[in-house]
Structures are given as structure tokens and as C-alpha cells.
Design a protein around this ligand. Sequence first.
Ligand SMILES: [Zn+2]
Ligand SMILES: [Zn+2]
Length: 249
Amino acid sequence: MSRERVAPQDWYETIRMADDVTLIQEPWIKPFFRCNMWHVRGRDRDLLFDSGLGHVSLSRHVRLVTERPLIAVASHTHFDHIGCHHEFAHRAVHAAEAAILADPRNELTLADKYATDEMFDRMPKGWQSERYRIEPAPAERLLQDGEIIDLGDRAFEVVHTPGHSPGGIGLFEKRTGIFLSGDIVYDGPLIDDAYHSDRGDYRATFERLRPLGVSVVHGGHFPSFGPVRYRQIVDEYLEGLRKAGCHLT
Ligand SMILES: [Zn+2]
Ligand SMILES: [Zn+2]
């Protein structure tokens, strides 16, 4: 790759969506590896769901995340989602992946396989894939299914979504139907064969998620979508498992 490196101030972009939700992304990373970070404004505090690759400081270059008190929640602990968690004082993760957030070694976060120069359209200044490490970010709050992330005037329910990884979660806001879904469901190739993936869990999670009254799904990768596409993706996956002859319990 002969092109010039990208300066830190040009690394992130923010896109404002409805209902005080903002997408933060790293556009120089190819879509399959490019994590969607979701910022939600609340009355008493803000929510950040995932924090990206971590090579360029999020708190230094995206003003939105330092304007108000904020809780940084991890959808799960793959490297593309937790790189900047250490920059935030208040951190939460599902209990099943708390150990990885506290000790995010490359072989546990999939960075050993995927965090290479091939991820980028253009690389950021200072990037050397062999030196990539994520800073430990032990959580102050360990989440379980059904808990509420309370922003004062907004409440997001934790939905445990094992399958892609054991401690995956989505956050569902009942009032608006907003579902922040992480890597369990997005509009692109779903990953059910990572070292700690489980297809039986994936299927059980999808059967549980299917009736959820979503109005919009903001996933961990790729563009957002609505309820029809949501059920289409879920059904296609379940159908594929059946075709592949996976008779899972
Ligand atoms: Zn993932
Ligand atoms: Zn991901």
C-alpha cells in the first residue's frame, strides 16, 4: 500500500441518526472489519456501545464522547469493538467476557488473525500490525440478561446473545424499538465459526430474538435496517443451518 497514511484528526467520522443516536465509524477500514460504534444521548448520561480498533484515540478525536458522563458498554470483546474502552472510566461488559476485556490478548480478541494491514483502505499514521495490542480495560459493571442500562430518560435492556461469542449482548430500547445488536445480527456475512462461537447458541439466540419488536437495528457492522430485513436475516440464517444439516438442540 503506497498511499499516504491517514492523520488522526481524519480517522473518525460521525453520522447523526434519529432519536439522538450517532454512528461513529472508522471509514478507512474495509466494511467487513469496520465496527459501528453507537453513541446514544441520555438526560443524565450518554451510552457508547463499542469503541473501535483503538489505534487512534477516540476520546481525543471525537468530541461527542467526552461532552457528558458516559458509560462504555462492550457488545462483545473482539478487537474491532473494544480498542478504546480503556479511555473511559465507566465500563460494562457481559460477565461471560469480562476476563477478556480485563486481559485482551490478541489470540482472545481475534486480533491475531484479523488485525493486519489487509484491514485498511488506507492505514493510520503509526500503524504496525505486529505491534498492535489492546489496553486492558477491566469493567466496573458485569452485565446479565435483562438488566437495564439507565440513561435517566432512556432505558436500554441487556439482551444476552451468545452464538458469535459467549458474552455477546444487544441493547433494546422498548420505547423506540431501537436495537443495538452488536455482531449477532447485521446486514452482512455472519460469523459463527470463531474459536468461541457456538452454532447451537446462535440458533437459540435467533429463535429468541425473532419476535423482538424492533423498529430499527443498528448492528456491529454494515448499514442499519428495519424489521422486515431483520426477520429476513434471522430466517435466512436459521434456514441455512437446517440445510447444512445442523440438527442442534
Ligand atoms: Zn465479533
Ligand atoms: Zn465485529
